[in-house]
Design a protein around this ligand. Structure first.
Ligand SMILES: [Zn+2]
Ligand SMILES: [Zn+2]
Length: 244
């Protein structure tokens, strides 16, 4: 089938509901990311940024590096550091670890923008996981921005699913396997069930509002907690001997 945009080449990917060729698919994704970054001038000339990622999302992080450094911010002379994080057997511990390690690294290196490679399908699986565990600590990550102290975490693919990235990577070969078995089951189920209903990946973010009420924020990781204490459970254990 021909690309619905240029009508010249064969379509290889569905982006925003349209079947597109490789060039148009790439262009649509880059335009989408640009729309998130540009209006507010999120990154500035000469800025040093951090790419933090769990190792099972390293390919997505590499792709973001290309899109931001070589395409959208090509003339901005940005530089970057990388922070790969080893997975644990809990996806919530993985997220905590990324946030805390990025925070420490950023403070030590004078960085205040951190790019995270979470995709819409990953975040939606995290939402389902949160609901089934009754743990909504990081529900605010279902957005483009997550603010913590003076650090701004940016999630450029928060509304883009891996399937839409087919113009850049082979989404079928990218096996998103974490060390959390339950999370893996959700991701697999979601991918199979929703692969033809990708518009859902653009529509679930608002459901986080249902879980945000009457919550306090942890001073360590910014996660939501139920009572007005300083730290969440994870941070209070970790900081008992070593406050950050
Ligand atoms: Zn095309
Ligand atoms: Zn915390």
């Amino acid at each position: 089938m021909l690309c619905e945009r240029c009508k010249k080449r064969d379509s290889v990917a569905v982006v925003g509901g349209r079947k597109l060729c490789i060039l148009c698919a790439r262009d649509e994704i880059i335009k989408r990311i640009k729309r998130q970054f540009y209006p507010n001038k999120v990154l500035v000339y000469g800025e040093h940024i951090l790419f933090a990622y769990p190792i099972y999302l390293s390919q997505i992080s590499d792709l973001l590096k290309i899109i931001l450094l070589d395409k959208i911010y090509k003339k901005f002379s940005l530089s970057y550091s990388e922070l790969p994080i080893n997975p644990t057997n809990s996806i919530i511990d993985d997220i905590w670890s990324i946030i805390i390690k990025s925070k420490i690294f950023s403070k030590q290196n004078n960085i205040n923008k951190v790019i995270l490679p979470f995709t819409a399908d990953f975040l939606m699986a995290y939402l389902i996981y949160s609901i089934s565990k009754g743990d909504y600590t990081y529900i605010n990550l279902l957005d483009f921005e997550y603010k913590l102290d003076n650090i701004l975490f940016l999630i450029p693919f928060y509304n883009t699913s891996i399937i839409e990235l087919q113009g850049f990577i082979n989404a079928n070969e990218l096996n998103l396997i974490t060390k959390d078995e339950f999370f893996n089951i959700i991701i697999k189920w979601e991918t199979e069930l929703l692969k033809d209903n990708y518009e859902l990946f653009h529509a679930f973010h608002n459901s986080k509002k249902l879980f945000q009420e009457k919550n306090y924020k942890c001073e360590g990781c910014g996660g939501l907690i139920n009572s007005p204490v300083k730290y969440c459970g994870r941070c209070s254990v970790a900081f008992a001997s070593h406050p950050y």
